[in-house]
Each structure stands twice: as C-alpha cells, then as structure tokens.
Design a protein around this ligand. Structure first.
Ligand SMILES: [Zn+2]
Ligand SMILES: [Zn+2]
Length: 380
C-alpha cells in the first residue's frame, strides 16, 4: 500500500503551490518522483507539463490518467501545519490531491509491473485554472510520444461526499464562452433624450431581452446559462454617452446549444439597438469545449468498479456543472472521461477556490482505490 507515501506527497505539494504557467518546482518534484519509480519521463511538454510512461509485462491497452498541477492566487487560511509556504498562492482547488493520488498510482504500477497489462501514461498538466495547459500539451505532441486508448481526468468534487465517486455519461462540464457587445448610438444632453439615440437604454433593454429569451426558449433538456459580468458607459450624470460596452459569459453543453445561444444574443441585441435607433457589435469568443464522457468507457468503468470497489458509493447522475475544464481537449482526441472523486465533508468548507478549502484524507484513499482498480482492469 502507498497511503503513507501519498500523504507525504500531498503535504509537500500543498506546502509548495505555484500559480498557472509557473509550476517549476512542482514539475521538478514530479519528474524526480517518476524517475525514482522507474518511469520513462518527459518534461516541458506544453510549458511545465510532465509525462511519465511505464510499459507492463503483459500485452494490453494503454491508459492515460491526468492530474492538474497549478495552484491559485489565493491566501491560505486553513491554519494547518502543512499550509502554503508561498505567500498569496494556495492549492485551493485541490490539484495537490490529484497529483498525490496519481503519483501513488504510479508507485502501485511500478510495484506491480510484472502482473499488469498494457501501459500507463501519467499526464501532469499545467495551467488548468486558466484553461490553456491541455491545449498546450496537445500542441506540443503529448500524444505523439504515445497515444493512449483511454484517457481519464480526475478532479476532487466537494458537491459529492468524501468516500464517493461520480462518473456520468455524456457532458459533465460546459462550453465556457465569453462575449463583448458594444451598443452605438448618438450622445447628447440628458435633458433632451428626443435628440439622441441612447445606448444606455439599448444596453439595459438588451440585458432584459437576453435573459428573458434564454428562459423562454429553454427546452429543459440541455443545461445552459448566460450572465453579464461587466457594463461600462458614460462619463457624467447629465450626458448620454455615444456607446455602452458589456461583457458576459455563455455556458452550454453542446455545439448546437452554443450556436443557439449565439443566435439568441444577436436577436436580443439587434432588437434592443433597433428600438432606440442605434446599432450593435458582438464579439463572441469560444472558450474551452464541454467535457463529454464517452458512454462506452463510462459503462466499462462503472462495471469494473462495482466489482472491484463495491464499498465505494458510485454516483452516476446529476453531476453536470456549467464550469469550464480543459480536459475536454484531451477527450476530443481519445475516448475517456472526467472522474469526480468526492471531497465534501459535513461541517467543512465544501467550496473549491475557497481559502479554507482542504481535500479530506478519505478522498486520497478513495482516489487511490478507484484508480488502481481501473488500471488493473481497463488495460486487460
Ligand atoms: Zn479550480
Ligand atoms: Zn481544479
């Protein structure tokens, strides 16, 4: 068993968090652990990414596991003995637990090399929080080193209790897009609204139109949402400005739904601008794709976990969340899934990115049990 090793790795990583694109200490630490375990190691893949590969004694499939490496610009307030040594940086999303689980699974793999089949690729991905790391690793040919047959990302998940695992077929996270809209009118004196074309009136109506249309065209089948996060315009209380700018985010779980929301925005903005005699310009920025779990892989894993780790409760529904996760880029290339490892605890802060958030010990144990089972069975 590698539980002591896992705890030690977890605490060391927790103490030494680094923000996205700066995971240098972390990358060195992981590379040297992997080398000690006998993995063939490649570093600097897509920035600070690290990949370890091990071939097993029996022929079989190649399985990749992904752990993300970055911490967040958050000042830790947990008060634990192994709290962050780096001021203003914290593993507040629990990526330290993902790396500790994966390294311990690598230790298990090394110890059981003679009995296992196929091969394991341990992918340590940088910059998940700013959703650029996966794309950078792919661009630098991570799958050219060796292409896996299955790809599994892991993330601790405080919405489900520690000691459980969540795995659902189909989309589990969203296409996370951004947009900027500019309303253009004609400015003038606040006392003479009849002489201007008021972009503030256009923008405020546009917010209402977009929200109302989203709600009234919802088929209840595909989760989606739209939020404005910024609105800028004007310089004085009695001057109607020439333009107003707004920015927001759109979250959907399919390309059709994404396209539908783009059309909806155009309708809402066009009608609002037209009513007040102005015009608009929409810049739509597509972000990360939704994480779509492959139904066949999910089915296989659920079956094997029911046999191997029957004591761990499996949650297979209601896991969809409209966050963005860049593991979706890997899953566009290789069938697989994002596996949620429960990290919720009664009486604790069950919120990722919170300065008091800590991954419970049980999550490490559950992750280890589940991943080693998958490694034993999925590659045969
Ligand atoms: Zn996060
Ligand atoms: Zn995270």
């Amino acid at each position: 068993m590698n539980l002591g090793y896992m705890r030690d790795i977890y605490e060391q990583l927790h103490k030494n968090p680094e923000v996205s694109l700066e995971e240098y200490w972390t990358a060195n630490f992981i590379a040297s652990e992997l080398e000690n375990l006998g993995f063939s190691v490649k570093t600097e893949i897509g920035g600070t990414g690290v990949v370890g590969i091990m071939e097993f004694a029996h022929p079989g499939k190649c399985l990749a596991f992904r752990a993300d490496m970055d911490g967040l610009p958050v000042t830790e307030k947990t008060g634990v003995a192994f709290a962050s040594k780096n001021p203003g940086v914290m593993h507040a999303c629990g990526h330290d637990s993902h790396m500790a689980i994966l390294l311990s699974v690598c230790a298990y793999a090394a110890q059981n090399k003679a009995e296992l089949s196929g091969s394991l690729i341990a992918v340590f991905q940088p910059a998940e929080e700013i959703v650029v790391g996966a794309k950078a690793m792919l661009k630098q040919g991570v799958f050219e080193i060796k292409k896996p047959d299955y790809f599994l990302g892991i993330h601790n998940w405080p919405s489900i209790p520690a000691g459980t695992v969540g795995l659902e077929s189909g989309p589990v996270t969203s296409y996370a897009d951004g947009f900027k809209v500019t309303f253009m009118g004609q400015g003038g004196h606040g006392a003479f609204p009849h002489k201007v074309r008021d972009p503030i009136a256009m923008a405020t109506l546009a917010v209402q139109n977009a929200y109302a249309l989203t709600q009234r065209t919802d088929d209840n089948l595909n989760p989606r949402t739209l939020s404005f996060g910024m609105i800028h315009g004007g310089t004085s209380f009695n001057v109607i400005p020439e333009t107003v700018e707004m920015e927001g985010t759109v979250r959907t779980v399919s390309e059709e739904s994404q396209q539908g929301m783009i059309e909806l925005l155009h309708k809402a903005f066009n009608s609002s601008a037209e009513l007040y005699g102005g015009s608009y310009n929409l810049e739509y920025r597509k972000g990360v794709p939704a994480v779509v779990n492959d139904p066949l892989v999910v089915e296989k894993i659920i079956k094997l976990l029911q046999e191997e780790t029957a004591h761990i409760h499996l949650i297979t529904q209601g896991l969809v969340s409209l966050i963005g996760e860049d593991v979706g880029y890997f899953l566009q290339e290789v069938p697989g899934a994002l596996l949620f490892i429960g990290s919720g605890q009664e009486g604790a802060i069950n919120e990722l990115h919170n300065p008091c958030f800590l991954v419970p010990e049980e999550t490490l144990h559950t992750g280890y049990a589940v991943l080693t089972s998958i490694l034993r069975r999925l590659t045969v």
